[in-house]
Design a protein around this ligand. Structure first.
Ligand code: PMP
Length: 457
């Protein structure tokens, strides 16, 4: 018989393990998933939220009538909203502008106030979500910033609960623990406990988006929410969270977005587990780890949240197709190959530099991108800030408005519309509408090429 609790707060944690029998078929080592989406607020972050609020009350940082403030990709805010409202506080959740609309709606439903701000600017920028929330905390009397990234009550929650649960549920047989790394709280606390309990024999593996800098990528953007470490090209200081103690992690598996997203979809279809995209990253990593192991090993992979928050994203065929993650026909693939490789222009280039780049570009139009540096994982669509056209530059030079050494400035046109490689030429024409002459084509959320209207039929 299931437990009876006097408060939902008593029901946080205690999540089951499910064997991934379908996705792990043919592997010698069993792979078990820790179902954190079954927490009361739908994610692993309920544990950290409860732990941080109780610690803040204990330390006198949060007093009756106080306000909880936090920057969140969604789930920590939901956990804080549940715990905070239940214990009588006002809750303000600062949500990254790339987080899903569902998360904002859920936050409001639990009684949190939602503030949207960007995480796509350097952390020092006053518009950055973290800075906006710091300012609010200073302005509101009795406000406390939970600060999950540097709050040690976050990893502590997992040291006290998630770690012991995994150890007990597997009867001490777990040999490998795999989890994504956002704040690092989950993997640090759980990993440290399992290492301690096993006398150091459990291997802890971080599941990281391929371009995230935790696992060795360049920090350029990726498409799995809530995990990884992003580095804006203008970032001055690369700070890693204090909730992440890197010694707890033995190695990283670096997972491309397509593999993460398709694995999340397989989890739903083949295992009956509707989970979020970071669960896809974690399971993809766990399967890679398990392929190297034998029957005496046992892998536990942590699934942080539910797929219900992403029905408009990873679990939507239309979204997957629009961002170039799903191709179920020829789509634009053959037109893209005929068009040749992508040639981007750095948005802060000079007119002369841009013309040099554009000289041999068919159609004479290129996307202007944020980064000057090479992007080994491709130019993410989210890094495109505008467009540059050879004709416009030449005209401005000819009439003397600009000189070759000037920056592009006002000559930067609007960002071109984009379609996924799996979309049809007719869909691309519809996206172009009346005003634009070229369309960007995305493969795996990265710009793979530019197609002029003429080739779309
Ligand atoms: N996946 C999801 C969906 C999350 O919300 C989070 C928390 N930001 C993580 C993974 C990463 O967990 P942690 O912050 O404990 O590293």
């Amino acid at each position: 018989m299931a437990a009876v609790h006097e408060s939902v707060l008593d029901a946080i944690g205690g999540t089951p393990l499910f064997r991934l029998a379908r996705l792990g078929a043919g592997l010698a080592a069993p792979v078990y998933a820790k179902a954190e989406f079954l927490n009361i607020g739908g994610s692993v972050k309920d544990r950290a939220a409860l732990s941080m609020v109780l610690a803040a009350e204990r330390d006198g940082l949060l007093k009756p009538g106080g306000t909880i403030v936090e920057a969140t990709s969604g789930n920590t805010g939901i956990g804080l909203a549940i715990v905070g409202r239940r214990r009588g506080y006002r809750v303000i959740a600062g949500l990254a502008d790339k987080s899903s609309a569902e998360k904002a709606d859920i936050l409001r439903a639990y009684g949190a106030e939602v503030v949207r701000a960007s995480t796509a600017v350097p952390q020092e920028d006053p518009r950055h979500l973290f800075k906006v929330m710091e300012r609010l905390t200073e302005e509101i009397p009795g406000a406390w910033l939970a600060n999950q990234y540097d709050n040690l009550a976050n990893p502590d929650a997992h040291l006290r609960t998630t770690g012991p649960e995994v150890w007990e549920q597997t009867g001490g047989r777990v040999t490998h623990f795999v989890a994504g790394v956002g704040t690092g709280g989950t993997i640090t606390g759980t990993g440290e406990y399992l290492k301690e309990a096993s006398g150091g024999s459990v291997t802890v593996v971080g599941a990281d988006p391929e371009s995230s800098s935790y696992g060795g990528g360049d920090g350029s953007p990726w498409y799995v929410e809530s995990i990884g470490h992003y580095l804006h090209p203008d970032t001055v200081e690369d700070r890693w969270p204090q909730a992440l103690r890197s010694e707890a992690i033995d190695s990283y598996e670096r997972i491309p977005d397509r593999e993460s997203l398709l694995t999340a979809r397989r989890l739903a279809r083949e295992e009956g587990i509707l989970a979020g995209p970071s669960s896809g990253t974690a399971v993809a990593a766990a399967l890679r780890v398990a392929r190297q192991l034998g029957p005496e090993d046992l892998v536990v992979v942590l699934l942080p949240d539910s797929g219900r928050s992403y029905l408009s994203k990873v679990h939507s065929d239309a979204w997957m197709r629009e961002w170039g993650f799903l191709e179920d026909g020829d789509g634009l693939r053959s037109l893209l190959e005929a068009a040749g490789p992508l040639v981007p222009v750095a948005a802060d280039a000079t007119v002369g530099e841009a013309l040099e780049v554009l000289r041999d570009v068919p159609g004479g139009v290129a996307p202007a991108v944020l980064a000057r540096t090479e992007r080994p994982y491709g130019v993410a669509a989210t890094e495109v800030v505008g467009s540059v056209s050879r004709a416009a530059l030449e005209a401005a030079l000819a009439d003397g408005t600009v000189k070759p050494g000037d920056s592009l400035g006002a000559l930067l046109g609007p960002a071109l519309p984009a379609v996924g490689v799996g979309q049809s030429p007719a869909e691309a024409r519809a996206v172009l509408g009346g005003a634009c002459r070229s369309v960007l084509v995305l493969v795996d959320g990265r710009v793979a090429g530019v197609l002029p209207r003429e080739v779309l039929g």
